[in-house]
Design a protein around this ligand. Structure first.
Ligand code: ADP
Length: 157
């Protein structure tokens, strides 16, 4: 069995926190599929195409990493792609409470699936896409928070 992990999220935009989780998970899996979820009830700040292109650019040097987009249930995508693992990052106890219910529900719907959590590195604990969006929206410098591979000028919405 090939160990395939799905890393789902909005990635609006991808941050150094996301990048770090994927890079640290590389030795654990044969393939990591970063899956950008499309939420019909929630408008994203950056267009889906841009979010996908940025992730592809960041992980271009890593052939194990693929990027896709999806709507609907994450477990359905896992089944379709034969991914038996969901990868998630844990920053705080609030993340844990949120992730626990999703992880337990996903397991109920797809018993062969395991959710694997990596603890955030301390320097990324306070980082989230919402803050990065706010910095960009107000003309601040988000460079320290986004992956090195990305050109900050490309972040103007
Ligand atoms: P969601 O919309 O599901 O919250 P995000 O795009 O915000 O998705 O995050 C996707 C995954 O990346 C989640 O597991 C989240 O915990 C993790 N993550 C987000 N920010 C960080 C960070 N700064 N450090 C580590 N993991 C993070």
């Amino acid at each position: 069995m090939k160990r395939i992990a799905l890393f789902p999220g909005s990635f609006d935009p991808i941050t150094r926190g996301h990048e770090s989780i994927v890079l640290r998970a590389l030795p654990l899996f044969e393939k990591i599929i970063i899956a950008i979820g499309v939420n019909e009830q929630k408008d994203a700040f950056f267009p889906l195409k841009k979010r996908k292109a940025w992730i592809e650019q960041v992980f271009a040097p890593y052939p194990k990493v693929e990027v896709t987009t999806y709507g609907g249930l994450t477990v359905d995508l896992c089944r379709k792609l034969d991914a038996k693992f969901i990868l998630r990052g844990l920053r705080t106890s609030a993340d844990f409470e949120f992730e626990r219910s999703i992880g337990q529900m996903n397991k109920k719907m797809y018993p062969e699936l395991e959710t694997v959590f990596l603890l955030t590195t301390p320097e990324h604990t306070a980082l989230n896409s919402y803050i990065v969006r706010d910095i960009i929206r107000h003309g601040g410098d988000a460079t320290p928070f986004i992956p090195d591979a990305l050109d900050i000028t490309a972040y103007l919405p």
